[in-house]
Design a protein around this ligand. Structure first.
Ligand SMILES: N[C@@H](CCC(=O)N[C@@H](CS)C(=O)NCC(=O)O)C(=O)O
Length: 199
């Protein structure tokens, strides 16, 4: 009998770039725990790329799998727990929806977390494009609060978490109800579905 794997997420005690990974593990019902380094300088050289997050997958009879890079960990976990399609042609579109937020999230961090003034107009410009493209995608899927079919998938979860953070920081002018009804529908539908199930 094959046992299910268990996971250890190693990251700092902060939401940072691990929120989507944590949510996927919770929502997928994985057996997982998180550890926060007590002495990062000593641990750093022992990590595969000397940075966090790192995910360790343990399964009886197999060598431990140790992976780095948050976006790669997200996709691995999403695939293992059934939030990415097994059809590569659909999977790549789902990953594309998530990846479209990389640049805008980077600019948001520069502008609103690091207070880099020059990043603000670039964030304002790019978020408009992202919102326009995502409104179209959601419309094409029947504006049912999901990007693909009628079920919860990786891009639903990632968009919900990213936009919720922007909204909490009051950076949501470009995706208010009036400008982005479809994204707001997604935030409501996905929030109702998973809001209480993630930390
Ligand atoms: N591209 C990497 C970036 C990783 C990264 O910047 N990690 C930071 C924390 S958010 C880190 O490990 N900082 C401590 C260090 O570099 O020593 C990823 O997405 O995983």
């Amino acid at each position: 009998m094959t046992t299910s794997p268990s996971y250890e997420l190693v990251y700092f005690n902060t939401p940072g770039i691990s929120q989507i990974i944590r949510a996927l593990l919770d929502l997928g019902g994985a057996d997982w725990k998180e550890t926060n380094p007590e002495d990062w300088p000593s641990l750093k050289p022992t990590m595969p790329l000397e940075r966090l997050p790192v995910l360790i997958e343990r399964q009886e009879g197999k060598e431990d799998l140790v992976i780095s890079e948050s976006s790669v960990i997200e996709r691995y976990v999403a695939r293992k727990l059934g939030f990415i399609s097994s059809d590569p042609a659909v999977a790549v579109k789902q990953e594309q929806v998530r990846a479209q937020f990389d640049d805008v999230t980077f600019l948001w961090m520069e502008a609103y977390i690091k207070n880099n003034e020059t990043a603000r107009p670039r964030f304002d410009e790019l978020i408009k494009v992202v919102v326009r493209k995502h409104e179209e995608l959601l419309e094409k899927n029947g504006n049912n609060g999901h990007y693909f079919g009628n079920q919860l998938t990786y891009p639903d979860i990632s968009t919900y978490l990213i936009l919720s953070v922007f909204r909490k920081q009051e950076c949501d002018a470009e995706f208010n109800e009036e400008k982005a009804p479809n994204l707001n529908k997604l935030l409501k539908v996905v929030g109702d579905e998973i809001g209480a199930r993630i930390k």
